[in-house]
Design a protein around this ligand. Sequence first.
Ligand code: MSP
Length: 470
Amino acid sequence: MKDKFYITTPIYYTNAKPHIGHAYTTVACDVLARWNRLQNKETFFLTGTDEHGAKIEKKAKESNIEPQEFVDELVLVFQDLWKKLNISNDAFIRTTSDSHKKAVQKVLQTLYDNGSIYKGSYKGLYCVGCEQFKSENELVDGKCPDHDSVPEEMEEECYLMQMNKWQDTLIEKIKSDEFKIQPERYKKEMLSFLESQKLEDISISRKNLKWGISLPFDSEHTTYVWIDAFLNYLTGLGWDGDNKNIPELWPAEIQMLGKDILRVHATIWTALLLNLGIELPQSFFVHGHILSGGKKMSKTLGNVIGIDEMLEKFGAEATRYLLMSGGKFGDDLDLTMERMTEKYNNDLANGLGNLVSRVVKLGEGFTQYNSSDITTPEFYKVNMEDNELSSALGTIWGALINDCNKYINDTEPWKLKKNDSNKFNEVIIKLLGDLNLISDLILPFMPETSEKIKKALETKERVILFERIK
Ligand code: MSP
């Protein structure tokens, strides 16, 4: 069998429209999925929506709509955005789908039957924004730092899931990289968390929340939204919840997630799998947050960059490029419309666009290409294998596109054409070869642009890829 590559995004809450952070994660996964398909791996790329829980129930109530109707509308906005951004996901999982709900119930029954779930009660501070209980030391001035709100005190009868017995196993698997957390600093962060405090058993049900999947063994309770959500990574592959039918594509090679949801994944998701006797994913790949002008984006600060605004100004291909080239993966990214406009003009309109129009024009009548400089693909390949997507783009621009433009300026082929036809042929054949290579390398990032370049190389018809903008 071919090597396989299963990659997942987190599933997005349908409490509001998608934003640039969601687009960032999804485009990054799309690039990796496209790259792995090119490597001839059996690739499966899953994304979807997380549609239950208190946060969504509350939002629907505020809008005076039934929760199902509320999420049905928002899901369309997510799906529409992925279409506009040319996302090549193989499936889209919704946690309100019947098949998912049935599978979740089957899993909960298994956990109940094998003793991983037991009845008790839980008291704590619940942040609805995070849909998580928070410990005192996670709060800043009594507030959840991610949502700037005071969590609610909650005490209720619930079912709990065993966590503590997996603590050592988890530490060992993370340390040995059997379960990888990348980049390295997030591995360290999780290890120091797991080594410094005891994992508590967690509440996996809610008694006073209707908008959720009811427990098969106690219909007064609904399933905790994170348990419901995590299982998407398996139900999205068509899993029916039966341990005997684990999909062949599991475990995932990469689960991409933002740093804010690393801890909940590295503890609850992993413990859930261990309680079920299912293999852990191969790796988590953790990204930072998008900031704007050095600050967290917020409506009050007026520095929110809308994904629609980006699409309108730059178009889908350039939006993908600007998101992926914005900074090193894992770090926070600081984006502003001004800087992105500058980058668009430099890298895309002047850099790539200009190169393509010059080479295509000069290459009229040529059918022969040279194979290009062989070191660039090697660097690029290492970058892609390490998921260093912005470095991969840096390699293409730094080593190829900028060099080719310089080569044209230095050799002045329009002069050679008149007085040194041998040299002219040599220069153009090299440039055509380089451009062909560039179109291959940018394919995972800008699939349509890659195709347009290929076509222009074939037909030598003039093409304007990116017009300069203000
Ligand atoms: N529904 C949960 C995930 C369940 S997965 C089993 C959730 N959803 S979310 O919609 O709030 O966030 C989804 C992803 O978007 C997270 O990985 C989060 O880190 C990411 N982002 C949210 N805001 C972001 C930025 N400003 N920048 C980059 N990514 C950010 O959490």
